[in-house]
Design a protein around this ligand. Structure first.
Ligand code: GTP
Length: 370
């Protein structure tokens, strides 16, 4: 992230930078939006009695409740931007396999050409078994996110990535490496057992997976390969616009329709339970539409923002710390995002005069929407 950020600055294309890792201690580059400003990871751990991974997931969940605001800000900046780069938690599974990870990637992918850069630690992936595991992980991320992906072999200053490129382009070479791998087969044995045939089948499957990928080789240490990486990014933008956009739009539309139907059903049931009539059919007065309380904080001075988490004094940030936006932790998830639901609820409440139930119901609806 640091090298990519400085590389783009050198090319006079400063990126918009988001840090989504709540547990990182130091971020050695200027971020525009940082999850740590809105969510205090250590406090989440204490308050919810969670371990490290649980706290990362909960922090991401809290952040995801405000993704529409984050997206609104990025969209405002978008006309002047070439790139938005987002750093995800090192514990990939916390992001990829969580609901919040899906919400965040979907939100970006529905607004901008979005791609995943899967970073591989090249010196640590020279054994065929580790290589295979790494590629299977990348494959699972591709199928989970359904986004274009670039496999980025990093640390090429320490390890030539040729072996990996060869394994990805020549199936026989990889099979040969598998056959000779002592980790898999044991010394002197040949790959005749279960593992051998499983590996053969998996490597065949991976051959198909490689067709959907671009590969880049970089060194974050020396800066080598970043121009080629950016060329791959451009290719993926074209691919996104051509292949992915229509498919994603259809998925998102279907998901939204399902969610709206489910929410409406839940609310109707809830209102029935507490004896409020559903007067959805009544025409609404546009003048009385609820005002969305969400606002952009772009004009607010950074020191006026709520929820700023105090940083260690020794935290050195290279570049301008240009964060412009923080979420108020108390406010996270505390508003209703579905205006039609809120509208129906307000109308029903007014009609029944059931003020006494208001607080309890608001709580239930809020927790349901979260
Ligand atoms: N030799 C070499 N070392 C590198 C390179 N890139 C990163 N490193 C080192 O690898 C280690 C891990 O780098 P990080 O940038 O913290 O990796 P990360 O993927 O952000 O880690 P997470 O916190 O898990 O997300 C650090 O010690 C870096 O100095 C590189 O291109 N070459």
């Amino acid at each position: 992230m640091q090298r990519l950020n400085s590389h783009l600055h050198t090319k006079k294309q400063p990126p918009y930078v988001l840090n989504l890792d709540p547990a990182v201690l130091k971020v050695p580059f200027g971020t525009n939006i940082d999850i740590r400003d809105s969510v205090n990871y250590k406090k989440v751990m204490e308050d919810y009695n969670l371990g490290p991974n649980g706290a990362i997931m909960t922090s991401l969940n809290l952040f995801a409740t405000k993704i529409d605001q984050v997206l609104g800000i990025v969209e405002k900046r978008a006309p002047k931007l070439d790139h938005v780069i987002v750093d995800t938690p090192g514990q990939i599974e916390c992001f990829i396999w969580s609901a919040s990870g899906a919400i965040i990637t979907d939100a970006f992918a529905s607004a901008f050409p979005t791609m995943i850069a899967y970073i591989v630690d090249t010196p640590r992936t020279t054994s065929p078994a580790t290589f295979m595991s790494n590629m299977l992980y990348a494959c699972s991320i591709l199928y989970k996110t359904k986004l274009p992906m670039i496999i980025v072999f990093n640390k090429i200053d320490a390890q030539d990535p040729e072996f990996a490129k060869e394994w990805m382009s020549d199936f026989e070479k990889f099979q040969e490496a598998l056959r000779n791998d002592e980790d898999l087969n044991g010394e002197g044995e040949n790959s005749s057992g279960y593992m051998g045939s499983l590996m053969n089948s998996l490597s065949l499957m991976l051959e198909e997976f490689y067709c959907h990928l671009d590969v880049a080789a970089v060194s974050a240490y020396t800066g080598e390969g970043f121009d080629e990486f950016l060329e791959s990014v451009q290719k993926k933008v074209d691919e996104y616009n051509k292949d992915y956009k229509a498919e994603r739009d259809a998925i998102i539309k279907k998901r939204e329709e399902d969610a709206a139907a489910r929410k409406a059903q839940d609310l109707t049931k809830l209102m029935k339970d507490i004896g409020i009539q559903d007067d959805k059919a009544k025409p609404t007065d546009p003048a009385k539409e609820p005002i969305d309380s969400i606002s952009d904080t772009e004009d607010i001075e950074p020191n006026e923002l709520d929820g700023e988490v105090e940083r260690d004094e020794d935290e050195g940030i290279i570049g301008q710390p240009s964060r412009e936006y923080t979420l108020d932790p108390d406010d996270v998830g505390a508003h209703m995002t579905d205006s039609s639901l809120q509208d129906r609820y307000q109308q029903a409440l007014a009609a029944s005069g059931a003020e006494a139930d208001r607080e309890a119901m608001q709580k239930i609806i809020n927790s349901g929407l979260q």
